[in-house]
Design a binder for this molecule. Structure first.
Ligand SMILES: Cc1cc2nc3c(=O)[nH]c(=O)nc-3n(C[C@H](O)[C@H](O)[C@H](O)COP(=O)(O)OP(=O)(O)OC[C@H]3O[C@@H](n4cnc5c(N)ncnc54)[C@H](O)[C@@H]3O)c2cc1C
Length: 374
């Protein structure tokens, strides 16, 4: 089967770039699992925050906000986002760090510093003896991740793209100006391959004989628990420790609690560990008046980073027609609209869209060759 682009991996990264490329090109999207979204994309905490992640991630998130608020007509059946503040919390020992964070030039204009008293007004369950100050980002949001992902997949199909599931790419070779790709029993060909394989991106590169970018997947755990009786938790912001040692987020009448763990892992179907679940509950109960008796559900997923924790987008400097869209870490949902536009433009040998440049996204910060230089 011949096409212009073969995209490997149908998580949010692969689905979004495939949908954009399909406007003008023949695109095949290959997914190893029997349904897209089985790995990291289906396991996130669904946060959109412009103050979460490093400077480039924050710029990508700002550039993604307009899409979330006003997606193209027919993209989705429901809203993609719902207002939910984000609140970074500090104990007395963390105050200096909180203030340094709040003073950053792109953080200050979109946040408000809250005293201990203001915190307990906002959320009476905060333990005032442990949490002494916070920084609130009122305009952060919950993302309807399934709707976003399905919206891109629908757009892809409407534009004539072909999604093939249960199609594990297991061999690739560059021949006669194109890539020959084997995925199970299927044989495909395209001049450009886009590697959007999430935690497996380095493994996919190895199949093609391409040098790795040094991607490291880290396991992160999430647990759903009952909220405290009588608490108006739906009005709570997401609460994140300033050192990212835990977070708590209202989730459809329950509370999602995470120890914000980062345990190095091989690429795999990540499973939660009992100790991480217990740590999540212990840390959340230290900061909030919760009394967790049992957990409703728990899961884990992988967040994959390269050394500088910035996504990797661009053609490999040493392998013709091999394009990277990887290393989204813990921000791949909230940055997906901007990353997809960046990737689609660069994969077609264009420039970054002007609105991304205006937000401070720079091609050199995303380019894979930065990792080879180091
Ligand atoms: C607990 C947790 C909380 C998170 N919270 C947030 C959050 O609040 N906000 C946010 O923005 N992000 C969050 N993230 C991060 C976000 O989920 C990821 O950045 C994002 O899902 C990455 O998308 P992806 O498409 O690159 O990866 P994936 O969704 O993992 O997709 C990669 C796909 O490639 C496929 N694949 C791999 N190898 C092959 C092959 N050889 N052939 C064919 N297919 C292949 C896999 O099967 C997989 O479906 C969180 C992650 C976790 C785990």
């Amino acid at each position: 089967m011949d096409s212009d682009f073969i995209v490997i991996g149908a998580g949010i990264a692969g689905a979004s770039v495939a949908a954009l490329l399909a406007a003008e090109a023949r695109v095949i999207l290959l997914e190893r699992e029997d349904h897209p979204g089985f790995h990291s994309t289906g396991r996130s905490a669904a946060l959109f925050s412009e103050i979460y992640g490093n400077e480039t991630v924050r710029a990508l998130s700002r550039a993604s906000r307009p899409f979330f608020l006003d997606p193209p007509q027919d993209f989705s059946e429901t809203d993609l986002v719902r207002q939910r503040g984000s609140l970074f919390l500090a104990s007395a020992a963390q105050l200096e760090q909180l203030d340094a964070f709040a003073a950053l030039p792109d953080i200050a204009p979109v946040t408000r510093r809250l005293s201990g008293e203001q915190l307990t007004e906002l959320c009476p369950q905060i333990r005032a003896d442990f949490v002494v100050a916070g920084v609130l980002e009122p305009q952060s949001m919950d993302i309807e991740v399934h709707e976003l992902h399905q919206g891109y997949l629908r757009l892809f199909r409407r534009r004539g793209g072909t999604l093939i599931t249960e199609a594990p790419v297991d061999a690739m070779v560059r021949e006669d100006g194109g890539w020959r790709v084997a995925a199970g029993s299927r044989r495909l060909r395209a001049p450009v391959v886009i590697n959007a394989a999430g935690a497996w991106a380095d493994a996919v590169a190895a199949l093609a004989g391409v040098a790795p970018i040094g991607l490291q997947p880290y396991r992160r755990t999430a647990v759903l628990v009952d909220p405290p009786q009588g608490a108006a938790t739906d009005k709570w912001p997401m609460m994140i420790d300033i050192d990212e040692e835990f977070y708590v987020k209202p989730d459809a009448g329950l509370l999602l609690v995470s120890p914000a763990d980062e345990t190095p892992s091989d690429p795999c179907d990540a499973q939660p560990d009992e100790l991480d679940i217990a740590t999540a509950i212990y840390r959340a109960e230290e900061a909030l008046k919760l009394d967790v008796r049992r957990t409703k559900r728990s899961w884990a997923g992988l967040r994959s980073f390269v050394a500088d924790r910035t996504p990797v987008v661009g053609f490999d400097p040493e392998a013709e027609g091999f394009f990277w869209l990887a290393g989204q870490g813990g921000y791949g949902i909230q940055t997906a609209p901007a990353l997809a536009r960046a990737a689609a433009a660069l994969a077609q040998h264009g420039d970054l869209p002007p609105d991304l440049l205006a937000q401070g996204v720079r091609q050199a910060d995303l380019a894979p060759d930065r990792l080879r230089r180091n």
